[in-house]
Design a protein around this ligand. Structure first.
Ligand SMILES: NC(=O)c1ccc[n+]([C@@H]2O[C@H](COP(=O)([O-])OP(=O)(O)OC[C@H]3O[C@@H](n4cnc5c(N)ncnc54)[C@H](O)[C@@H]3O)[C@@H](O)[C@H]2O)c1
Ligand SMILES: [Zn+2]
Length: 364
């Protein structure tokens, strides 16, 4: 087992990463009261719930809420279901909520914990690669509103995060690829040596080799934790984590949520950011080819949907949350392993990227 500390002053917390951690009771010391509410969903409960309850049952009064599975249920109604359970079972201010699931369950459980009695403790047990390397680190919690994704939420840090790499064995392949696009992102924005590691081991990683996964998850969490520690509330450097995301969000919205997984849209979006970075003279065509190769090896899409016009991209990108004063701000690559956030690029170059279609990547 490896341990990583997220440094946030009196809100600092550890992330434990290793095989078989669900059964090893590593979270027990982080549960301060007697009461525990596990929040999970209908897919994950039959796979992992009994193993988690078995390790906690002897020491704590454990209650469980099983929510329906899916991003469409990430809403205030389900938060109310969590509150109903907490009140019905008379949970007090010392209770601890445990999120057992992917990012949807993690974001909702964290938000319920941030609100219940003005804030109670919670622990993350992320079960998708994406939630292990991204959503469980950084303290953003929340739900969707019919008028916007993640529009209702709060910052609330967990007591600890427990990442059991074995749970990835049951994850659908497309979800593994989607998570890998965020892992690749960390290499691209922050650490070229880590990108080399991913390039050397991508087949083993996609084949779920535990030791490789543990390393890749550790370094991903470490990079996200470093970035978040410098900029907890996203005033500056945290925005670099959005590489490929402004393009990706446009794809997700255009295709309808759920048609493309978030990480798949980020994969194509990352290629678009790389293409534009090349057109602006920041990175070379061989850098772009390198990025394309690793995305393809992770079975990610490398071009946007053919049906999306340049006009449609611009329309959707200008309503993205990240737009300030009407100008599109993008994360671009200055080099492989070094990113910037900028709105200082010529609109013509952006148009070239948006119109590239199947030629995306053949940029200079
Ligand atoms: N808080 C943040 O900083 C942050 C960052 C990125 C994403 N997010 C949020 O995370 C969510 C996406 O998370 P996600 O990609 O984990 O999706 P998800 O939670 O919907 O999980 C994907 C699917 O995999 C299933 N699943 C989960 N673990 C499994 C396992 N071990 N075996 C088999 N099936 C399993 C789930 O039931 C679900 O059907 C979005 O709502 C997004 O907004 C939040
Ligand atoms: Zn993302």
């Amino acid at each position: 087992m490896q341990t990583l500390k997220v440094e946030l002053g009196d809100r600092s917390y550890p992330i434990f990463i290793g095989q078989g951690l669900l059964d090893r009771g590593v979270m027990a010391p982080y549960i301060t009261g007697k009461q525990v509410l596990i929040v999970t969903n209908e897919t994950i409960a039959p796979l992992y719930l009994s193993r988690l309850t078995a390790t906690l049952d002897k020491q704590f009064n454990v209650d469980v809420v099983v929510l329906p599975d899916g991003e469409q249920y990430k809403n205030l109604e389900q938060i109310n279901t969590i509150f109903d359970a907490l009140l019905d079972k008379r949970h007090n201010r010392t209770t601890t909520l445990i999120a057992l699931g992917g990012g949807v369950i993690g974001d909702m459980t964290g938000f319920a914990a941030a609100c219940y009695q003005r804030g109670v403790s919670f622990i993350q047990v992320p079960t998708t690669l994406l939630s292990q390397v991204d959503s469980s680190v950084g303290g953003k919690t929340g739900v969707n509103h019919p008028l916007g994704k993640n529009m209702i939420g709060a910052f609330h840090q967990p007591q600890c995060v427990v990442i059991d790499t074995d749970v990835l064995n049951t994850l659908p392949e497309a979800e593994l690829s989607a998570g890998m696009s965020e892992v690749i992102k960390y290499g691209l924005i922050y650490d070229e040596a880590f990108l080399c590691y991913l390039e050397d081991h991508i087949d083993g990683l996609m084949g779920l080799q535990s030791d490789l996964l543990e390393q890749a998850i550790f370094r991903s969490c470490e990079i996200k934790a470093e970035v978040v520690a410098q900029d907890e509330r996203e005033g500056g450097i945290r925005a670099l984590l959005n590489l490929g995301h402004t393009f990706g969000h446009a794809i997700e919205t255009d295709q309808g949520y759920g048609a493309w997984l978030h990480g798949e849209a980020v994969g194509a979006g990352t290629m678009m950011a790389a293409d534009l970075s090349c057109r602006l003279g920041y990175i070379t065509p061989s850098d772009v080819e390198r990025i394309q190769n690793i995305l393809e090896a992770a079975n990610l899409p490398i071009t946007p949907p053919e049906s999306m016009s340049a006009e449609r991209f611009v329309e959707l990108m200008t309503v993205d949350k990240k737009v300030i004063d009407g100008s599109i701000r993008l994360v671009l690559l200055k080099a492989v392993g070094d990113a910037i956030v900028t709105s200082d690029f010529s609109p013509e170059k952006l148009q070239e990227t948006l119109q590239a279609g199947r030629d995306l990547g053949n940029c200079c």
